[in-house]
Design a protein around this ligand. Structure first.
Ligand code: DCP
Ligand code: MG
Ligand code: MG
Length: 620
């Protein structure tokens, strides 16, 4: 039976033991965060509720038979003393999630987040470094070992996985000490196995899987749905082929599977069924879309749609500000009630939105951005739903997509213009009323439009989301002995923006006396302009409204002013925004010069390093 499968593949495909992957999953995550916020809850049975569903509960409650994803009413029946907290506002869970991922990035730059409470960490490099050093603990396993350890592989994976288990233990220790969070960990040579073995000892424990235990682990899975990426559709197709168990999947020929699911899917499923997985740990980047959805029984009126969308939009703005990027499009999703079909039918439309809506003041939006966005949302809604006919919706979703970064990186020209870009803070939005926001599903998809089940990725079955993370700042932890150097972080690496700004610097060398803006490369011109437009401080100073109407007073010949140390001809050529900033810097500089006139450190009129002034200062 394996012939069909193997002839297309390298037999080693996805099953080499070279890597060491740690998978971490926080215990009763939302409940843990709630218990950290209110430690008195620790010893009491606690459930976290979204609408009428118990999304999770602590392990005290689990001892009473309460389970995740139960109806609240059932949970209460099982455990009348169950304390319920509302879990609709994901803010604290996200914050903790981000901190967990950041902490893990100290061990390896290869950290992939899955949902809010799980991370894969590829520690292959750290293991290799450890084994290369005079590390003596190479054959001690931390925590549990899954299955058989009598037969050993001779490729060196035993030592590698042992060291992996020690790293996992150190990770869990640090998560507990620094964040107060307990986690389970799974250690194996691929992602699939690390994830699967992680949940074999819960809570707050870890398990290592050696090759000899793989077969037992796979055969002990309840059914094919335990494999990542198998949703209800795929499992129904498999069911129609008479497959529900892993063993059946292992034994079926590739051909019928291929006919039913296509070649790629069929091959991947066959591999997964025997524990083979070649997916790499992909460092989590920012998601392609950020969205919120709200499900309900019935909405039939346009006014209800508008109200729901308004609430969704308000919440979405918080996420957007947290993310920091500027979206280029907005998408609306609806689910229409369909009596005839067992499965929900979603429909989406999206349209582009102007960046200018998101440019002003950091941490806030122009007052009419919300209204404009809501108008776009309703237009999209009307494209999907003909309101002249009766309609029945069971879900509404709003998402931002087509993101681009604000040009605020170190290498960006922006850094010449603004010394301190404030970190956008969600705190500015905390006074938004969350009242009426119920059990919103947060979707943050890397693969907008693709439904889970149609691809075989590690889709998060919990329905939570993947989060954008800032680059790691700290060096890799010294988990055992000897200090280890971390490989380059993203911010260490050269970026296109850095190249661009150095292009500008290199072409000038010493501060030049004349720069003709129009002679700068298109890219740099664009970047300068964009920087001006996207800088909150500057746009504020310029009084740019959301339609970006320029302040015309500076261009008036009558009012023409120019910093004394700048060539007037050059100055005139510059865009008004730059003129304004130069004026401002000049005036500030003058004030500073006055203040520190007696200081020998200060060269009056000399622009600061990295100041845009140095490009336009005339030699006098
Ligand atoms: N979650 C959710 N909706 C679901 C399932 C989960 O909102 N249908 C949330 C609540 C969980 C969190 O996601 O706390 C993480 O999901 P897990 O499946 O990892 O469950 P827990 O971490 O709560 O429990 P465990 O200790 O079993 O990992
Ligand atoms: Mg968990
Ligand atoms: Mg989880």
């Amino acid at each position: 039976m394996e012939d069909d499968f193997d002839h297309t593949l390298d037999s080693n495909y996805g099953s080499s033991h070279d890597k060491v992957i740690v998978h971490l999953d926080a215990d009763c995550f939302y409940a843990q965060v709630e218990m950290l916020k209110n430690p008195e809850l620790r010893t009491l049975p606690l459930g976290v509720q979204q609408k009428n569903l118990l999304v999770t509960c602590n392990y005290v409650a689990r001892q009473c038979g309460v389970k995740k994803c139960m109806l609240v009413s059932d949970a209460k029946r099982l455990c009348p003393s169950l304390i319920l907290v509302k879990g609709e506002d994901l803010y604290d869970y996200r914050q903790m999630s981000t901190k967990m991922t950041l902490l893990l990035q100290k061990f390896s730059p290869l950290v992939e987040k899955l949902g809010l409470d799980e991370n894969f960490v590829d520690v292959t490099q750290l293991v290799a470094e450890t084994l290369k050093s005079d590390f003596a603990g190479g054959r001690n396993v931390e925590g549990h070992v899954y299955g058989d350890t009598t037969s050993m592989c001779d490729c060196g994976c035993y030592e590698r996985l042992c060291v992996g288990s020690q790293i996992a233990s150190e990770m869990r220790k640090q998560l507990k000490e620094e964040l107060g969070v307990t986690c389970c960990a799974g250690v194996a040579y691929n992602k699939l196995l690390a994830k699967l073995v992680c949940s074999t000892h819960k809570p707050n424990q870890q398990t290592t899987l050696f090759p000899a235990g793989v077969s037992a682990l796979m055969l002990n899975l309840n059914n094919v749905r335990s494999l990542p990426g198998i949703g209800h559709r795929t499992s129904e197709i498999l069911q129609s082929l008479g497959i529900s168990s892993i063993e059946q999947l292992q034994n079926i020929n590739l051909e019928p599977l291929e006919q039913a699911l296509g070649r790629t899917m069929a091959e991947r499923l066959k591999k997964l069924s025997v524990g083979a997985d070649d997916m790499v740990v992909k460092p989590s980047g920012k998601p392609q879309s950020i969205g919120l959805e709200d499900g309900f029984r019935k909405i039939t009126l346009e006014s209800e749609v508008k109200d729901k969308c308004e609430v969704l939009l308000q919440r979405l703005m918080i996420l957007l500000v947290e993310d920091g990027r500027i979206p280029g499009a907005i998408r609306v999703t609806v689910r229409k009630y369909d009596n005839s079909s067992r499965y929900s039918h979603r429909e989406s439309r999206q349209c582009n939105i102007p960046s200018s809506l998101f440019l002003p003041k950091v941490g806030t939006l122009p007052s009419n951005a919300h209204d404009k966005l809501l108008t776009s949302i309703m237009k999209l809604f009307h494209k999907i739903i003909d309101i002249s006919k009766p309609f029945h919706l069971t879900l509404l979703g709003v998402a931002f997509t087509k993101f681009h970064e604000r040009n605020t990186g170190k290498g960006s020209i922006t850094s010449f213009l603004v010394k301190d870009i404030s970190v956008q803070s969600v705190m500015n939005f905390q006074n938004i009323s969350l009242h009426g926001v119920e059990a919103m599903e947060c979707s943050s998809s890397k693969n907008a439009g693709k439904q889970s089940g149609s691809t075989l990725n590690y889709a998060d079955k919990s329905g939570s989301e993947s989060e954008p993370e800032p680059s790691p700042k700290k060096t890799r932890a010294d988990f055992c002995r000897g200090s280890r150097k971390r490989s380059l972080t993203e911010s260490d690496k050269d970026s296109p923006n850095k190249h661009r700004s150095s292009e500008l610097r290199l072409s000038t060398g010493e501060p030049i006396n004349e720069v003709d803006f129009s002679k700068l490369s298109d890219g740099i011109q664009e970047e300068l302009m964009e920087s001006c437009m996207s800088l909150p401080s500057l746009t504020d100073k310029l009084g740019i409204s959301d339609n970006s109407s320029p302040n015309t007073s500076m261009s008036s010949e009558d009012n023409f002013q120019c910093p004394s140390n700048v060539d007037p001809t050059v100055f005139r050529e510059l865009p008004q925004e730059l003129q304004l900033e130069l004026m401002e810097s000049w005036q500030t500089k003058d004030r500073e010069t006055l203040k520190v006139a007696n200081s020998s450190k200060c060269l009056p009129g000399k622009p600061k390093q990295n100041s845009i002034l140095k490009y336009v200062i005339s030699k006098k």
